[in-house]
Design a protein around this ligand. Structure first.
Ligand SMILES: Cc1ncc(COP(=O)(O)O)c(C=O)c1O
Length: 426
């Protein structure tokens, strides 16, 4: 496995983390659709439960199919290890619960996916975890958001829905000089476009439901740990003090493996948001083609963004690959290979009502509340995902009434353009 660290993403996507099944010699990763594993004897069982010996105990905390997915994504992200979850939201919740308790605080970017936003500003608050929001523009004064209760910083590499590209190095410096790890949601970039750990992130989370699975048929999430952050400090007392649920185990004594071990054997064990082995298989199969999908989808998205910017019925286009886009500079600092991702936003002249008319005239583009599929999808956030917000709040959240959001799939670019053009012109 150590050789695989040197493999390029294309090789890792199809081969990483799997050296064949010794029993069957299956070249496709087998689906181990089992809950339990037979222990050799009672001594073996006791040693596994006491973490004295590695091995499978119960599928809520580990499974051989899921294990390949965890190793493969960890290799792609340049991490020490990973733990898969049943959805992206479960992965984000797990990462936060592994760092913060009631009375603690988190600092997060204002540019967040709506589900993360409500988790942070509502549900976590209900359980006593306060989230302080900080915009990209306020980074220079960011230190003011920290105190001795702060436990982590959370951002998205490419923000959903604004498509801003976070200055990872600046956020990592801010987190580290205030003694806490940086968590990056890398769902919109995928490890093919951007590896946050290379720029100072400590923890990476993904919704595997989107581009990594890529086919809109399986929910999943994952947390990858770089294994670099030192939890052996007073701020992380629950890592340095004996844990009563493990006969007094001190997680900080596990060194670089402290965070990822605690995440699996305590947080995943106790919250139970495990990925199903069959979903792990579907996601692994999708992952095999991630590099070629991202390449094609990014190329199509750039072409559509350029054409939309020239169209008289369009008032503005937001795509990180357009030279006048605010994200263009950071795109060149952080995204690889001149690819800018599969998401783009545009505004329809005539506002909310006209945007709805354009949506209803689309034929090939599917109206769907999901992104990252091989099928192209459009949504009007102001009347769907963001309909509970006032017009002012919609504007702030990057979901104004004239905005249509596109997730570009793998159909022929000209077919996609013709459908957009007829919807704008008819
Ligand atoms: C950036 C981002 N993170 C996390 C999630 C949550 O993922 P899931 O739907 O798998 O829970 C989403 C969902 O759209 C997302 O866009």
């Amino acid at each position: 496995m150590s050789d695989q660290i040197r493999w390029r993403p294309e090789t890792l996507a199809v081969r990483g983390g799997y050296e064949g099944d010794s029993l069957t010699r299956s070249i496709s990763v087998p689906i181990y659709q089992t809950v339990g594993y037979q222990f050799a004897d009672t001594g073996h069982a006791a040693r596994l439960f006491n973490l004295e010996e590695p091995g499978n105990i119960y599928t809520r905390i580990m499974n051989p199919t899921t294990d390949v997915l965890e190793k493969r994504i960890s290799l792609l992200e340049g991490g020490l290890g990973a733990v898969a979850f049943s959805s992206g939201m479960a992965a984000i919740t797990g990462a936060i619960l592994n760092l913060a308790r009631s009375g603690d605080e988190i600092v997060a970017s204002t540019s967040l996916y709506g589900g993360t936003w409500t988790l942070f500003t509502s549900t976590l608050q209900d359980y006593g975890i306060t989230v302080r929001l900080l915009s990209d523009d306020d980074l220079a004064q960011g230190d003011q958001a920290f105190n001795d209760k702060t436990r982590a910083v959370f951002i998205e590499s490419i923000g959903n829905p604004r498509l801003n590209i976070s200055d990872l190095k600046a956020w990592a410096d801010l987190a580290h000089r205030n003694g806490v790890p940086l968590i990056v949601d890398n769902t919109f970039s995928t490890p093919y476009l951007e590896r946050p750990i290379d720029h100072g992130a400590d923890i990476v989370v993904h919704s595997l439901t989107k581009w990594i699975g890529g086919h809109g048929n399986a929910l999943g999430g994952i947390v990858v740990d770089a294994g670099r952050f030192n939890y052996n400090t007073d701020r992380f007392g629950y890592y340095t003090k004996p844990d009563s649920s493990y006969h007094g185990l001190v997680f900080a004594n596990l060194g670089e493996a402290a965070f990822i071990t605690r995440l699996r054997v305590k947080i995943l064990r106790d919250t139970g948001a495990a990925l199903s082995p069959t979903n792990a298989f579907h996601i692994l199969q999708g992952l095999e083609t991630l590099p070629i999908r991202i390449r094609q989808q990014s190329e199509t998205a750039l072409l559509l963004a350029e054409r939309l910017s020239q169209h008289p019925a369009v008032s503005w286009v937001n795509y990180p690959g357009l030279p006048d886009d605010p994200a263009y500079r950071n795109a060149h600092r952080y995204l690889s290979d001149g690819l800018y991702g599969a998401m783009l936003n545009f505004g329809v002249k005539g506002g909310h009502a006209q945007a709805l008319k354009v949506m209803d005239r689309l034929n090939l583009w599917l109206i769907v509340a999901n992104v990252g599929d091989v099928r192209s999808m459009a949504i009007h956030p102001a009347s769907t995902t963001h309909q509970q917000l006032s017009p002012e709040e919609q504007e702030l959240a990057g979901a104004a009434g004239d905005l249509i959001r596109l997730s570009v799939g793998l159909e022929h670019p000209e077919d996609l353009w013709e459908d957009l053009r007829q919807a704008l012109e008819s």
